[in-house]
Design a protein around this ligand. Sequence first.
Ligand code: ARG
Length: 265
Amino acid sequence: MKKIIALALVVIFSLFALVACNGTEDVSDAENADTTVDTSADVVETPTLKMATNAAFPPYEYKEGEAFVGIDVEIATAIAAELGCTLEIVDMEFDSIITSVKQNETDFGMAGMTVTDERKEEVDFTLSYATGVQSVIVGANSEIASIDDLAGKKIGVQLGTTGDIYASGDYGEENVTKYGKGADAVIALKGGDVDAVIIDNEPAKAFVAENEGLKILDTEYAVEDYAIAVNKGNTELLNKINTALEKLTADGTIDGIIAKYIKAE
Ligand code: ARG
């Protein structure tokens, strides 16, 4: 019996923490709450909002030493602050993010993630906060000059990304090599293991800047919207993130963050 009470209390307190974090705790509830809950609420540390990401995708999320940085990291930090939470970043394979959100291991996924109809069947997406473009990276002297030249070539992608999905559909699975990280696909391109890499334009620019002898084709393979994924039916969190995104857009915070990482050409 004691165990059950303890368990019930844990459940109640963690619900309380979540509610406080999401900012729904209204005054009347706080007043009506009995002393036991009140006291424990004082003990609860600042609640955390867990973000699933794949921090190998500059300038959206990457690591500088041990620190997570990038556009998504800063926007998520601002959203968490709006919601009265601290942000905890959980770094994982890109391919695992949706599962992690679906299983409630994390509260949301944010990883330069493109909104697609297939993903919409698995998770709910917030408003879009950025645009992405699928780009093609090739060797500086490559004979590949346009998207059409990719037929029959070996293409490298990051596993589970839209670059992977489109390339596999358009050019055949047998021509597509899937890497855990975009940077590994770029290393394979430099080493001649693949002829081209399909990846989002901003990471493409970052990888080309870091590696000599590569260029980005002047063709846009696909234009996409990035948004934050939450568990299906978690409308409370979805609405709160959307409200925060609207505020952070209106007051220029998001533009400021993007401008800090993406210099106008
Ligand atoms: N925008 C692409 C997608 O949604 C690639 C995102 C990869 N993000 C990352 N953090 N590795 O599939």
